[in-house]
Design a protein around this ligand. Structure first.
Ligand code: ZN
Ligand code: ZN
Length: 248
């Protein structure tokens, strides 16, 4: 159900949804209100499920839809690890479980692959398929939100460091990590390269991946990318310090 449906139908669920919004708007400052108003303007096309909840971490409030208490706990833990600058870049998280909505909303480009999550570039709203609600996707999509919230020129800086041609097809038969790319999916484009890096950097922080131990070539781009991510606050210093010794 979208907010617009809710307003039109005026049913009990809708009332609850609207009441939640009013409650939130009463409890937050003007700047955040403006931001939420902007999101509301854009939410008509978004698949909102369930009542809204706010997740407050170190002064950042994130609006969450469709999350049960277990999901809220997972989101809190995952988001807590991120630098505030990245956390503040995302405006809303929608957890989606309706199968019809999933196939329609998550497959809007009619591709064969149904992605577990995505981030809307303009509103920086993150949608996650409830079946794939894992911390790694939260970090991945938060990295997209951060990229969309930074000046576009920074992407040129990243492209300068990457110094390669993006496109999965160019890396047929290659073993990853290679050429400063962590995974094959990261070879898709600069946006996915950044998001994959952030995803795996935090997996590494939690000892959930050995991928960085597999780097065979002493390619300086690995370290340059890690420094970029720290400089622009995609990752914390703690995350940087844990990973840096493996890239030297
Ligand atoms: Zn979406
Ligand atoms: Zn992505």
């Amino acid at each position: 159900m979208t907010v617009y449906d809710a307003l039109r139908d005026g049913n009990a669920g809708a009332r609850h949804l609207i009441d939640s919004f009013i409650e939130i708007l009463k409890n937050i400052g003007e700047v955040r209100c403006l931001l939420i108003n902007k999101c509301l303007t854009n939410i008509g096309s978004l698949p909102v499920e369930g009542p809204a909840r706010t997740l407050a971490i170190d002064g950042t409030e994130i609006l969450i839809y469709g999350a049960n208490p277990k999901a809220i706990l997972l989101l809190r833990k995952a988001l807590h690890l991120l630098p505030p600058e990245t956390r503040r870049s995302l405006t809303m998280i929608l957890i989606i479980s309706d199968p019809g909505v999933l196939s329609a909303h998550f497959n809007s480009d009619k591709s064969d692959v149904l992605h577990p999550a995505h981030c809307h570039p303009e509103t920086r709203v993150i949608c996650i398929d409830t079946k794939h609600l894992e911390a790694r996707y939260v970090w991945h999509e938060a990295a997209h939100a951060r990229t969309f919230n930074l000046p576009k020129e920074l992407l040129d800086d990243w492209l300068g460091i990457a110094d390669l041609t993006y496109g999965i097809d160019y890396y047929e038969g290659k073993k990853f990590p290679t050429c400063g790319l962590v995974t094959r999916y990261g070879a898709t484009n600069a946006l996915e390269d950044i998001a994959t890096w952030v995803e795996y950097a935090y997996l590494h922080l939690g000892n959930k991946t050995k991928i960085f131990h597999k780097i065979e070539d002493p390619d300086p781009r690995f370290m340059q990318k890690l420094k970029f991510l720290l400089k622009w606050r995609f990752i914390t210093r703690k995350c940087f310090k844990k990973l840096a010794p493996l890239l030297r």
